[in-house]
Ligand binder design. Structure first.
Ligand code: GTP
Ligand code: MG
Length: 275
């Protein structure tokens, strides 16, 4: 396990999710953790454009390639001196900016052949205190549905045309703001999102069937999950088309009693497993 000092960050992660989820706060926190000398202010405001930052993984977080290493391994010291870097693209979550920013960013990064822009993982962040509100849940689930549909089309389309399977893009649903006592636990976030996506999918299927009676168009691949939309939607269903979704809780604004940034540790571990 060697890594040259000058190795540039080559793995890209895309950060999507509704407005106010905490995406920019997370990005700013990772930047501050990566270079403690230049601690930036954590004040954020609604983003209007995407930003790409280069950050580093804490040396104590394992990656898929070094997970079997023991703590006594001398290469661990090497990693502390020379942390593993990756890039994170923060996107604006406002409904009006999604198709021009988040979704189009996803489309270009997921079809990119260039290693420099290729996407290694997708993080979809939600505010778990906001999801108790029906409209907020619907908004988050609609965005996530559209994102997953892009990934599904990508993974189904490539099977037909090329023999070489492209690397799959794992999805992390980052259940943020677990510090708030009104927040929903990750398990419940998963259930609510699945149930809401199921509703969206069913009404979409119905709409497509009505439309196809007029036009006779092929519509199957526009439905998320299996084509039998009578079944209930679960994230597990997407594993059949090669999309793995994990829902993991965390908090960008952690308990001040705890170590700085410890509330995002599990998300960094997920990122590490993609590297
Ligand atoms: P857009 O740019 O509009 O898409 O939103 P965003 O996802 O970038 O949200 P942003 O990072 O601006 O955060 C919105 C608000 O949530 C800010 O006031 C943050 O300080 C706050 N926030 C972010 N993470 C947490 C958290 O873990 N706990 C709490 N309590 N507040 C948080
Ligand atoms: Mg933002």
């Amino acid at each position: 396990f060697y890594r040259s000092a000058a190795s540039p960050p080559s793995s890209n992660f895309l950060l999507l999710g509704p407005s106010g989820a905490g995406k920019t706060a997370f990005t700013t926190l990772l930047e501050a953790k990566s270079s403690p000398a230049s601690k930036k202010s954590q004040l954020t405001h609604t983003s209007q454009a995407s930003t790409l930052v280069s950050v580093s993984l804490p040396p104590t977080v394992s990656t898929a390639s070094n997970r079997f290493r023991s703590v006594n391994d001398p290469s661990l010291k090497e990693v502390s001196r020379n942390p593993i870097r990756y890039r994170l693209k923060d996107t604006p979550g406002h409904g009006k900016l999604r198709s021009s920013q988040g979704i189009s960013e996803l489309q270009s990064m997921s079809s990119s052949k260039d290693l420099k822009t290729k996407i290694r993982g997708l993080i979809f962040m939600v505010d778990t205190a906001a999801l108790v509100d029906e409209a907020a849940l619907r908004d988050a689930a609609t965005y996530l549905h559209d994102v997953l549909l892009v990934l599904q089309k990508r993974s189904m389309g490539k099977g037909k045309s090329s023999t070489k399977r492209e690397a799959e893009i794992p999805v992390l649903v980052a259940a943020n703001k677990q510090d708030l006592f009104t927040s929903l636990p990750p398990g419940s976030v998963r259930e609510k999102l699945e149930a809401e996506i199921d509703r969206i999918r069913k009404s979409k299927t119905k709409g497509l069937m009505d439309a196809s009676m007029d036009t006779g168009l092929e519509t199957e691949e526009d439905v998320l999950g299996d084509d039998d939309a009578r079944g209930v939607f679960t994230f597990k269903l997407l594993e059949q088309v090669g999309i793995k979704v994990d829902v993991v809780g965390g908090a960008v604004k952690g308990d001040p009693q705890e170590e700085f940034g410890s509330g995002v540790r599990q998300w960094e571990e997920w990122i590490g497993m993609c590297l």
